[in-house]
Every structure is written in structure tokens, then in C-alpha cells.
Design a protein around this ligand. Structure first.
Ligand code: NAP
Length: 257
């Protein structure tokens, strides 16, 4: 119940999917929750749900591609809750799914700006508050697509590979400050992102497409947002106090091939 007691956790892209599950589980473990997203309605609904459970939670409209937006929201979060101890860099987009030679510069840049620059901005502006607190945990959502190749979504693969190494570099830079930085590598998890991705492939029967993708995982099915949120709770808690620069793979065995 109290694995993350009274730590203030910033979760980007928390309105839906994996981010939402992280907010709910971290809150159940005693954390204060700062929801950063650009989906105001869903973000505010989540905060009301958390507050109804007695959780200290607040929503900020944040587009992680805007440094000013991120900087102001981090400062307001620290002011409101009295500090920041945990950052979950979860906001991400899948981007276009077409071969490299057909991807435009704008399509490439869009994915890098959310998935890579967004992680950079949020990390940059959370670190001063973690230094002040004398501790911190940064959890970056990479992907199995940041570990191994697949013949699709080239900008997404590049972005998630970058996040994997940004995590290791920051782990080394900030270890003396007792700030830990780790990446999580989910397999396919049933969220709006994956549903939209499957619809984008022209799948007529979405349940059949879901089952087909599930077969790529040795455990035989797609994961749930909760499967990732439990990993986030572990990395946010003191149970992982000796863990930094590591890759937590939660993929139903996808990368065990
Ligand atoms: P999702 O269902 O699409 O939810 C992502 C959330 O992030 C949405 O609320 C989205 O809002 C928000 N967001 C997107 N761009 C943003 C921005 N610029 N600023 C602020 N918020 C933004 O995605 P998900 O499946 O939960 O994925 C969460 C993370 O896990 C992503 O980093 C993803 O790459 C990673 N991941 C997911 C899977 C999977 O199978 N689902 C697998 C591996 C890794 P909008 O709707 O407005 O974009």
C-alpha cells in the first residue's frame, strides 16, 4: 500500500493507456500524482477519480514538445506538492508506419520531437527538483522496438533506441546525486495507441488482429497497461534502490526469441 508513500510523481501522457495505469497504481501506493497530458478532458477525469479516492492529484495541460510548457508545469508541480521525486516519461506517439524511403522529414521530426525531445525536456526540468530532494527516480518508456528491429515504423524504432541510451547516460551522470534512471521496454500492450496502429494497417476484424499480434509473444497474448504499471511502481519505490541504467523488459517473452 505504501511503496511510494508521499513521493510526488510526474507522469507524462497520463490521461490514457499505460500512463493512466501508472497514475492509478502509484496513487494506490501512497504517491502524490501530477498528471501531464494534452487531453484535458481525460486528464481531468482521471484527477477527479484519484481525488475521490483521497489522493493528492492535479492536472497540467502539457505538450512535452514545448520546453516552456514543460518548465512551467514542473515548477508549478514542485511548488504545489513541495518537490518532485519521480518522473515517468511516458508520453509517446507511434508515428507513421511506412518504409524508410517513403517517410517525410516532417513525419520523422514529429516522432522524434515527442518521443525523444519530450523525454529530454522533462528530464532536464525535473532534475533540479530531484537534486534539491537529494533523491529521484526517472522511468523512461522505451519499447521492445528500442531493443530489436521489426520491418515497420522506422521513426518509432529510432526514437525508442535513443530513449534506451539516454536512460543509461543520465543514469551515469546523475548517480552521484542519488537520481536513478531506468528504461522500460513493453511488448504490445492493449491501449489506444495499439488499437489505432492495428486499425491503420487496415485490419477489418480488430479482435482477430489483436489475437494475431498476441501470438508474437510466447505467452500468447497482448499485455495490459497494469503489467507495465507494476514495473513502474517497482522502479519508483525504494525496492529498486540499487537499480539504475537498467532495462526492464516486460514483453510476454517477445524478445526471448
Ligand atoms: P497512448 O494510448 O497513445 O497514450 C499516450 C498518451 O500520451 C495520450 O494521452 C497522448 O495524448 C499523450 N501524448 C502524446 N503526445 C503527447 C505530447 N506531445 N505531450 C503530452 N502528452 C502526449 O499510448 P500508450 O500505448 O499508453 O503508450 C505509452 C508509452 O508506452 C509510449 O511512450 C509508447 O511508445 C510506449 N509503449 C507502448 C507500447 C504499447 O504496446 N502500447 C509498447 C511499447 C512502448 P494524445 O492522444 O493527444 O496523443
Amino acid at each position: 500500500m505504501n511503496r511510494v508513500k508521499q513521493k510526488t510523481c510526474v507522469i507524462t501522457g497520463a490521461a490514457l493507456g499505460i500512463g493512466r495505469a501508472c497514475a492509478l497504481h502509484l496513487a494506490d501506493e501512497g504517491a502524490n500524482i501530477a498528471v501531464f497530458d494534452r487531453l484535458d478532458e481525460a486528464g481531468n477525469t482521471l484527477v477527479k477519480e484519484l481525488q475521490a479516492r483521497g489522493v493528492n492529484a492535479r492536472y497540467w495541460h502539457v505538450d512535452v514538445t514545448s520546453e516552456k510548457n514543460v518548465q512551467v508545469a514542473m515548477a508549478e508541480t514542485a511548488e504545489h506538492f513541495g518537490g518532485i521525486e519521480v518522473l515517468v516519461n511516458n508520453a509517446g506517439i507511434a508515428g507513421v508506419n511506412k518504409p524508410t524511403h517513403e517517410v517525410t522529414e516532417a513525419e520523422w521530426d514529429l516522432v522524434q520531437s515527442v518521443n525523444v525531445k519530450g523525454v529530454f525536456f522533462c528530464t532536464k526540468h525535473a532534475i533540479p527538483f530531484m537534486k534539491k530532494a537529494g533523491r529521484g527516480s526517472i522511468i523512461n518508456l522505451s519499447s521492445i522496438y528500442g531493443l530489436i528491429g521489426a520491418p515497420d515504423s522506422p521513426p518509432y524504432h529510432a526514437s525508442k533506441g535513443a530513449v534506451r541510451l539516454m536512460s543509461k547516460t543520465d543514469a551515469m551522470i546523475y548517480a552521484p546525486d542519488k537520481i536513478r534512471v531506468n528504461s522500460i521496454h513493453p511488448g504490445f500492450i492493449w491501449t489506444p495507441m495499439v488499437e489505432n496502429h492495428l486499425r491503420g494497417t487496415g485490419a477489418a476484424d480488430i479482435d482477430a488482429a489483436r489475437a494475431e499480434v498476441g501470438k508474437l509473444h510466447p505467452l500468447g497474448h497482448i499485455g495490459e497497461p497494469d503489467d507495465i504499471a507494476w514495473g513502474v511502481v517497482y522502479l519508483a519505490s525504494e525496492e529498486s534502490k540499487f537499480v539504475t541504467g537498467s532495462e526492464l523488459v516486460i514483453d510476454g517473452g517477445y524478445t526471448a526469441h
